[in-house]
Write a protein that binds this ligand. Structure first.
Ligand code: TXA
Ligand code: MG
Length: 343
């Protein structure tokens, strides 16, 4: 299959030829990678099981890992979920459209293949104007996981999508790089109170300001045991990972440098912009130590470059796990298969 590279206009998204073409493919049951403010998503008609199944095939995704359903506005939610607790209404008012996904008890309209057999469904209203216009033009809810091959870092550019899925999907709609760079915050409202399943663009503090106390799933910061049933199936898989072995190293620059200089060559490092001049080579960077938003924007591109360094191991200087940095840390932890050294 040839993957069409459609260019979304920077301005005047409405009525654009590229958006109409993408929407037509989706209505026919095809697969289109679409831009969102977090990462690119691989979209299909969420209400047609055959279309959704193609997502799992293209990505090589395990069937029990459920998908997020994307809608354009609140009118789209009623037929998909059974109840919406008051705190969810507050969260929706505050953060939709935006990088927040909420998990609710699902209706029968949501196919089992979308929910991975669970009785819940994850919903998001994305803020990206192109994403919203596609959903509106197609007139259907879109199931969309991140548009990477399963296990690889999520794509933040159309080029990343084509590297992973070129020839396996109908089209990619290119609207340039994503502005947030890590996936949405996932919160379960299954029990009525917010439970954080995956940190992302909306921080725990922002959630608490609006919804009061939230609880955090154990899987956010630690490894699931083989016999545990995770609240969010995606948490149990190796994820975001290059082929190269990563080790996450927590400590000051001085401590980090002393630690890596004691290692046998060849190895590489992934550190902050401020560290680069004094870093051993080869070295990649993922933004400023002082700017978690910038780290989020650059992280997945840097992880995709790690394999080009031609070394067996890359030592990564760990970010502060606060604010959006919690999401950056969470992704690195998985990319490093939970290999962490604290100095
Ligand atoms: O920013 C994002 O969220 C992007 C863009 C495209 O919207 N999407 C994304 O999808 O990251 P994906 O499939 O890569 O991650 C969805 C996460 C997975 O960890 C999955 O297990 C979890 O959400 N999830 C989906 N439905 C769920 C449900 N019903 N209950 C618990 N977790 C769920
Ligand atoms: Mg993903």
């Amino acid at each position: 299959m040839e993957t069409k590279h459609l260019l979304a206009p920077m301005m005047g998204v409405e009525n654009s030829q590229a958006v109409r073409e993408a929407a037509a493919i989706l209505r026919r049951g095809g697969l289109v990678a679409i831009p969102t403010e977090t990462v690119y998503g691989l979209a299909a008609n969420a209400l047609v099981p055959e279309a959704v199944k193609r997502i799992f095939v293209a990505k090589g995704r395990p069937q029990d890992n459920p998908l997020i359903v994307h809608i354009a506005d609140m009118a789209g939610i009623e037929s998909l979920i059974r109840t919406m607790p008051p705190c969810a209404v507050k969260l929706a008012d505050a953060f939709w459209p935006g990088p927040l996904t909420m998990v609710f008890p699902k209706t029968d309209l949501v196919p089992d293949v979308v929910s991975g057999g669970l009785d819940t469904v994850a919903i998001r209203i994305p803020a990206h104007p192109v994403a919203r216009e596609i959903i509106r033009t197609a007139g259907i809810p879109l199931a969309a996981p991140s548009a990477n091959r399963s296990g690889k870092p999520s794509p933040t550019t159309a080029q990343h999508v084509l590297e992973d899925l070129g020839g396996r999907i109908d089209a990619v709609l290119d609207a340039g790089p994503c502005s947030i760079g890590v996936e949405s915050t996932v919160v379960s409202l299954r029990s009525g109170t917010p439970h954080l399943l995956r940190p992302g663009g909306i921080t725990p503090k922002e959630l608490e300001t609006v919804a009061g106390n939230i609880t955090m799933d154990a899987a956010v910061l630690s490894q699931m045991q083989a016999d545990e049933t995770p609240a969010s199936p995606g948490m149990k898989y190796r994820h975001y990972a290059p082929q190269t072995k990563l080790v996450l190293v927590q400590g000051s620059w001085k401590e980090f440098l002393a630690y890596v200089l004691g290692k046998d060559k060849p190895y590489g490092v992934l550190c902050f912009d401020e560290d680069a001049q004094a870093a051993p080579q080869p070295c990649l960077t993922y933004g400023s130590i002082h700017d978690a938003n910038q780290q989020a924007v650059q992280l997945f591109d840097a992880l995709r470059r790690v394999d080009t360094l031609g070394v067996g191991t890359v030592y990564v200087r760990a970010p502060a796990a606060e604010g959006v940095g919690l999401a950056v840390y969470n992704r690195l932890l998985r990319a490093a298969a939970f290999r962490v050294v604290s100095l």
